[in-house]
Design a binder for this molecule. Structure first.
Ligand code: SF4
Length: 477
């Protein structure tokens, strides 16, 4: 069994991203626009907090009995003429989809934007089998034409501005010589390019935002209408869905469809919400064959961790990315993962195993903005701290550590000093003896500290150690 693996460690990748001023400007503009819109439409809902609590409760209940709901979903989809496939990992999922496309006699497919298929590297697997996958979401098309990777859950090309997109379209799309960088002109160019592909595709591939266990209905929300075309025009529809996307009932879907659009695009409802249930007998109306691939790829391992499993509650709205000060400065590529930002920092290390992504739980300032906006109330900072603890435990038992050895040794020395009164007081005396001469009679040490500690004092003064500690003051009375 294999899983897709994460790339370089976050600190090195982030350092490179921070040097790109254009990237930071693009990210700042885009994230602030979306988060301001979100704030406005969320403020309109008087019972937003109750709605969030309901969303959280639905997810907790579903994940607690995930096996039950998944079997129920399988039975419902099968009863309505669909075929359910179970994939333990990326390799199995890719093999299933490839064989289904071949069985349909197709050598190209149209795709709806899907994080699950990005996660398993489906496009590469199809290409290796001689099958061309055409992304039809505008941003995914941009990413595909550029040979790039998505950098945001909702806006995969958030790192590119209009001028860059125009240059890309001019280079790759026929008849675009006079193209301007007006958004409407760019969208029209993409629409013309994609129309022919929609009309000729025999297989459509989608992800799923939700699937309803009681009815077998599968739901995709999107803004451009390309998803509706992919899920209705081809004869065969294949949906690849992470197993955590199931919800028990249509009423639960109703709650999620209120939470998702306001949190993701800052809209009251999605422009396109497609819900389909199996296949329809009789004259052709929509796909004649429907396959649902249920993807595990590490998710059942996540279930074993009571604190960490709340990462599976995520509905991929991306609100946490748009408010995260770290994401805003580094962008999504630095995370080296399909799922970037705060949710990626708690999901990826659990899906791949902590040994493969030790630095991601530290890709946060723990400011808590992500938890404040999460529509299903995931305690992201709490899970980050929990995962940091697991990385430290892992390093103690000989596994890979997150930071440099010097930091680890420093922390272990601090732990020993803080564990005993005598050691603690001796350390205070030592710091005072060394620090007060550097303060030159003031209450600040204005000199930069040496080595790795210099980063801390680059923009701050270090307070001078006091002439008397609290304990000494207390004893003197
Ligand atoms: S963790 Fe919460 S805020 Fe972030 S993408 Fe998932 S649901 Fe949205």
């Amino acid at each position: 069994m294999s899983r897709t693996s994460p790339s370089a460690a976050f600190p090195e990748a982030a350092r490179v991203a921070l040097g790109d001023a254009q990237l930071r400007a693009n990210l700042r503009k885009a994230t602030h626009t979306i988060r301001d819109k979100r704030e406005r439409v969320v403020d309109e809902v008087a019972d937003w907090e109750e709605l969030r609590a309901a969303g959280r409760a639905i997810k907790e209940r579903t994940v607690r009995h995930l096996d039950v709901w998944l079997e129920r979903l399988e039975a419902s989809v099968t009863a309505r003429g669909g075929i359910v496939h179970w994939a333990r990992d990326a390799t199995e999922a890719n093999a299933i989809v490839t064989s289904l496309v071949r069985a349909a006699g197709a050598d190209e497919v149209v795709k709806v934007k899907s994080m699950a298929t990005d996660e398993i590297g489906l496009n590469d697997a199809l290409a290796a089998a001689g099958i061309a996958a055409h992304e039809t979401d505008l941003a995914e098309l941009i990413v595909q034409l550029a040979g790039d990777r998505p950098s945001h859950i909702l806006v995969p090309a958030i790192h590119r501005n209009r001028a860059e997109i125009r240059a890309l379209f001019r280079a790759h799309l026929p008849g675009t010589e006079g193209l301007t960088d007006e958004p409407a002109a760019l969208a029209e160019a993409a629409r013309r390019f994609l129309r022919d592909r929609f009309l000729h595709a025999r297989v459509g591939i989608s992800g799923a935002n939700f699937a309803v266990a009681e009815t077998g209905a599968v739901c995709v929300v999107e803004s451009e209408g390309n998803g509706r075309m992919c899920t209705t025009l081809p004869e065969t529809l294949i949906t690849v869905m992470g197993i955590e996307k199931v919800v028990p009932s249509p009423a639960d879907l109703g709650v999620m469809l209120q939470l998702l659009p306001r949190s993701s695009t800052g809209e009251r409802m999605n422009p396109y919400t497609s819900v389909w249930t199996g296949v329809r007998p009789g004259p052709p109306d929509g796909p004649q064959r429907f396959h649902l691939v249920l993807l595990d790829n590490g998710r059942t391992d996540v279930l074993a961790d009571e604190m960490g499993r709340q990462a599976l509650h995520c509905i991929r709205c991306s609100a946490c990315l748009n408010v995260c000060p770290v994401y805003e400065r580094t962008g999504g590529h630095a995370y080296g993962e399909t799922y970037p930002g705060p949710i990626g920092a708690i999901l990826a290390p659990q899906l791949h195993g902590l040994k493969a992504a030790t630095s991601l739980p530290w890709a946060s300032t723990l400011c808590g903005a992500c938890a404040d906006v999460c529509p299903v109330g995931i305690d992201i900072p709490g899970v980050l701290i929990h995962l940091r603890g697991r990385v430290v435990e892992q390093a103690r038992s000989g596994g890979p550590a997150a930071g440099p050895a010097s930091e680890r040794l420093g922390m272990e020395a601090m732990a020993r000093i803080f564990a005993g009164r005598r050691r603690y007081e001796a350390a205070q005396k030592l710091v005072r003896a060394g620090g007060r001469p550097l303060a030159h009679g003031t209450d600040r040490i204005e000199r930069r500290l040496p080595g790795a500690l210099g980063g801390w004092t680059m923009s701050r003064d270090l307070p001078a150690p006091p002439a008397q500690t609290f304990r000494e003051w207390w004893r003197s009375r």
